[in-house]
Design a protein around this ligand. Structure first.
Ligand code: SIN
Length: 423
């Protein structure tokens, strides 16, 4: 039908040959198709020639409301908040049907009033607003600086960092190394579903994060849903956490470690040991060398890939087989020659497991021993992502150049567990 006068965001009713449809008009580059978000949440594209009639039920009006941060409640203990983007700092955009970043910190306060009832949010810092896939070590440094500033405010008990989910476990690991001698809690949290969805996990995650930030635990932890229900969260050590599901609210799991605590909106129940708070200022150790890579081994992978990395990088983490093997010896694809050559020239090669859970072990098969002989470092039960940021951090310290292997195997921030818990 020609002459449909709808704008993105309008709620409309359409008459088609066999039925009527209600929905919200979405932006669409194809002018001959009307894209509609139905009340069920599904999007449909309707050729305009199939629309017999249509009318606007509710015209879209951009929300220009100005929000204000709540007044500090002096009866509550104070926390600091670092906001960095991701779904937790986004809302549904009626015009595109997708989520878009919140534009103002006060809007954040409007969406999440509950956290302001648990703690006095003394200071909010927004070093940048970006999705976690767009982050680099520069963003990690900016988060580190913001966290350090808040930790050194004597009125602040702990810091909450909100972050996109996808690469959150890299940031939690890198902050764990930046602040190995932490004085107060640093709590990262997230949302898998934006706050304007009924199933959003954001509010509980934030409330539990605030409870954890007020606790006595001076560790970098990630706090998020412990189950698919909206009942409790786990606080998981920053070096032992991984996103293991694309969409579930309890996407993050503790790997080769017990969670530190079970956290509710009104209390923290500790499950395992942790470092306790102490007086005094903290200084982040923000050294980082970007010339590190993380590569997954797959059957048939050519060892000449090492030539490329050794040319451009200082070190590499390879996710090997379950126990940490790469092909050596016997037939055709022998990695040992290239490994020996590059390691001799100062290139660092470390191995983690493709399995995620469990520990690499070079002593079970002769293959592992040959890799060890070539100078490969087997990283125990360390997660590959944690190993990647740890290697970048260690190589960022010029003075440690001769001890990279020893430092990689030193348990600096809970990243190595001698005894794996039964989970
Ligand atoms: C991201 O920033 O990781 C993507 C959105 C999200 O999962 O929070």
């Amino acid at each position: 039908m020609a002459g449909l006068n709808f704008s993105p965001g309008d709620k409309v009713r359409l008459r088609l040959a066999l039925k009527e449809l209600d929905g919200v008009v979405l932006e669409n580059a194809q002018s001959e198709v009307l894209l509609l978000k139905l009340d069920s949440g599904y999007n449909v594209g309707i050729p305009k020639e199939n629309i017999l009639a249509g009318r606007v039920l509710k015209k879209f009006v951009e929300d220009k409301k100005k929000f204000f941060l709540p007044k500090p409640d002096k009866k509550l203990k104070s926390i600091g908040l670092v906001v960095t983007g991701g779904t937790i700092a986004s809302k549904l955009d009626a015009r595109t049907g997708g989520v878009a970043p919140l534009t103002d910190v006060s809007e954040f306060a409007n969406f999440y009033p509950e956290i302001f009832k648990i703690a006095n949010v003394k200071k909010i810092v927004v070093p940048f607003m970006t999705a976690s896939e767009s982050m680099s070590s520069e963003h990690w440094l900016k988060i580190g600086n913001s966290v350090e500033e808040l930790l050194n405010d004597s009125e602040i008990e702990g810091v909450v960092v909100t972050h996109g989910t996808d690469f959150l476990h890299y940031t939690s690991a890198v902050l764990s190394f930046f602040f190995v001698n932490l004085n107060k809690p640093v709590v990262l949290t997230y949302a898998q579903r934006s706050v304007d969805r009924a199933s959003s996990d954001a509010n509980l995650n934030l409330q539990c994060a605030a409870q954890m930030a007020l606790s006595n635990c001076a560790e970098v932890v990630l706090v998020g849903h412990g189950s698919t229900n909206d009942d409790f969260c786990f606080a998981i050590r920053g070096t032992k956490v991984r996103k293991l599901h694309t969409s579930r609210r309890d996407a993050f799991k503790s790997v080769n470690d017990k969670p530190i605590a079970k956290v509710f909106s009104d209390k923290v129940e500790f499950i395992s040991g942790y470092n306790v708070k102490h007086e005094g200022k903290v200084r982040g150790d923000f050294s980082f060398n970007d010339k590190v890579a993380l590569v997954k081994f797959y059957p048939g992978q050519d060892s000449s890939i090492l030539d490329f990395y050794a040319l451009k990088y200082k070190g590499i983490i390879i996710e090997g087989s379950g126990l940490g093997h790469l092909p050596v010896g016997e037939q055709g694809n022998d990695w040992s020659l290239k490994l020996k050559k590059h390691i001799r020239n100062g290139f660092v090669v470390c191995i983690t497991s493709q399995c995620i859970f469990g520990r690499v072990d070079p002593f079970v098969y002769s293959n592992g021993r040959k890799l060890l002989d070539a100078g490969v470092v087997f990283l125990e039960d360390m997660l590959a992502e944690t190993a990647f940021v740890k290697l970048g951090w260690i190589l960022g310290h010029y003075g440690w150049k001769k001890n990279v292997k020893e430092k990689m195997l030193e348990n600096l921030a809970g990243e190595i567990n001698e005894k794996l818990p039964i989970m």
